[in-house]
Design a protein around this ligand. Structure first.
Ligand code: NDP
Length: 321
């Protein structure tokens, strides 16, 4: 089969299309033909060395496809999606059956590949990491990105006021269309001053920060007393250690640095969160935006585009039809 392989960490060009052996199907696993693989920032961190990697490896943790060697619970021919399985940039994948989400007839394989990881991320961020409540105000950095657009839609559905930061006016239009009440161009404006002005100097109840190094200090400065910083990514670089006394002095703030894997670590959590995501898709609470679908061999271009800050919404690799 064909797969993208990573032999060393570095720039997008280290992603190479190779002929590799079919995966071995172990006990409890089913073999899937991958239709689409999702491209995520975690794949970038693995590729560029921000996260460790055991080499060589096939990147990608998310996708959707068709079971070609199933078992009693998930028979061959089932359409499935997954969001936490290494090796997804490949034509075939052997995956523990419990990690698969069987798709209902009214959810396309394409939409499932585009939605599952990022909608489930948005779900746990606003229902577990911080329980967002109607009437509160949230700041969402990178509000026109893949997770940012979904988080904005869900927070609005829950009745919050949402302030988004974005880097361009085109992205500002997208964030507003997703429901953001206010958008701040943090590439041109001092976002701390702008958000203080928008909140009449009160600050916000929660900040969802995936940008990291360039924003985390401003994020803490914008929280109300007892506010929460949900730091869930580092698109601009890793955040250095934070002194707990700083949280105390700033108003007994809460800081959490969650990751998806811990929120879908067992069948029950995965089922609960993915069903919630599917119901939001069906009910139109989240509207997917697919930035572009690249052929598998253009995985390096997809990574370069994601890192360039030019993308909005989801990036997919079309793997097999
Ligand atoms: P995005 O589509 O949001 O792309 C990243 C965005 O970050 C860019 O478009 C850009 O938006 C902004 N950004 C700000 N500074 C930089 C910079 N220096 N370089 C690149 N981008 C920058 O990506 P995803 O939706 O895939 O992921 C968003 C974040 O969420 C990532 O940090 C990812 O790691 C994290 N994540 C975390 C998960 C978890 O469980 N913890 C799960 C899934 C994603 P702008 O131009 O508007 O500034």
């Amino acid at each position: 089969m064909q797969a993208i392989q990573l032999f060393s960490q570095g720039g997008p060009d280290v992603l190479e299309l190779r002929d590799v052996a079919m995966p071995l199907q172990k006990n409890g696993e089913v073999l899937v033909q991958v239709s689409y693989a999702g491209v995520n920032y975690a794949d970038v961190y693995q590729r560029n060395g921000q996260n460790p990697a055991i080499l060589p490896c096939i990147p990608g943790v998310e996708g959707a496809g068709i079971v070609i060697a199933g078992n009693a619970s998930i028979p061959s021919g089932s359409r499935v999606a997954w969001l936490s399985q290494a090796g997804s940039y490949a034509e075939h994948l052997s995956i523990p059956a419990w990690k698969l989400i069987v798709l209902p007839a009214d959810v396309s394989t394409h939409d499932a590949a585009a939605a599952m990881l990022q909608v489930v991320t948005a779900q746990y961020l606003c229902e577990t990491s911080y329980r967002a409540q109607a009437g509160e105000t949230a700041l969402v950095h990178a509000g026109a990105g893949g997770v940012g657009l979904l988080l904005t839609q869900i927070l609005k559905h829950k009745g919050l006021t949402v302030i988004s930061t974005v880097s361009t006016s085109e992205k500002a239009s997208l964030a507003l269309a997703a429901g953001a009440d206010h958008v701040v161009l943090y590439s041109e404006t001092d976002f701390i001053r702008a958000v203080k002005d928008l909140t009449l100097q009160q600050g916000v109840h929660v900040v969802y920060d995936s940008v990291g190094l360039q924003t985390y200090q401003g994020s803490m400065a914008l929280l109300r007393p007892l506010g929460s910083l949900v730091l869930f990514g580092q698109s601009s670089g890793n955040v250095p250690p934070i002194d707990p006394m700083h949280l105390c002095r700033q108003g007994s703030l809460f800081l959490t640095r969650p990751t998806l894997a811990h929120h879908v670590a067992d069948a029950e959590s995965l089922k609960y969160r993915s069903q919630r995501a599917i119901s939001w898709l069906r009910d139109g609470i989240v509207d997917l935006r697919i930035h572009h679908i690249y052929p598998l061999e253009q995985a390096s271009l997809a990574h370069a585009d994601l890192e360039s800050r030019r993308t909005t919404g989801k990036l997919l690799l079309a793997v097999s039809s």
